[in-house]
Write a protein that binds this ligand. Structure first.
Ligand code: GDP
Ligand code: MG
Length: 163
């Protein structure tokens, strides 16, 4: 069975953009409006001849009646239950939000491999933005730009190293 890698994070941080980059095609629908239901959320991915299943939890609607942040928490719990490796995506432009803190607290309690992915670091002038995220208590931090693929190779190296 292939390892499962799950992408979690609050809406609009770039989870679906990252998902599409890694699987190499536009499968997840990226949206400026959060909370839109999407399908085809599990895809096979490959890096350096290592294969894994990638999941975009942001598109999995668990209970539409729940308040929005509760829904995110449910998605994180699903990821903790099913995935070997969790990519926790945050927005390196907006900084830490209360939802980020809530997600980080859940993830730290789990025994899973967590990589904190600071996205939207589109060029060097944003590199210093990553430091505030150490406060979330997750040691393994990678900065990327899902939009222009910066840092993706390093991130994928790190993922397949953990299998
Ligand atoms: P999701 O809700 O977490 O799945 O986020 P999406 O992938 O739908 O992206 C939300 C918004 O952020 C879209 O407008 C994307 O174009 C934008 N976005 C995603 N990745 C990047 C990035 O690396 N840099 C910048 N500047 N914008 C990004
Ligand atoms: Mg999405």
């Amino acid at each position: 069975k292939k390892p499962i890698v799950a992408i979690v994070g609050r809406p609009n941080v770039g989870k679906s953009t990252l998902f599409n980059r890694i699987v190499g095609k536009r499968v997840a629908i990226t949206q400026d409006d959060p909370g839109v239901t999407r399908d085809r959320l599990y895809q096979e991915a490959e890096w350096q001849n290592r294969y894994f299943s990638l999941v975009d939890t942001g598109g999995i609607e668990i209970d539409a009646k729940e308040r929005f942040s509760k829904e995110i928490i449910n998605q994180v719990e699903l990821a903790i239950d099913t995935a070997e490796i969790i990519l926790f995506v945050v927005d390196g432009r907006t900084g830490i939000t209360p939802d980020d803190r809530e997600i980080a607290n859940l993830l730290r309690k789990s025994k899973k491999e967590i990589i904190l992915v600071v996205n939207k670091i589109d060029n060097k002038k944003f590199e210093d933005n990553i430091y505030e995220f150490y406060e979330l208590g997750i040691e393994n931090i990678k900065s990327i730009s899902a939009e222009n693929s910066m840092g993706l190779g390093d991130l994928l190296d790190d993922i397949v190293e953990k299998f």
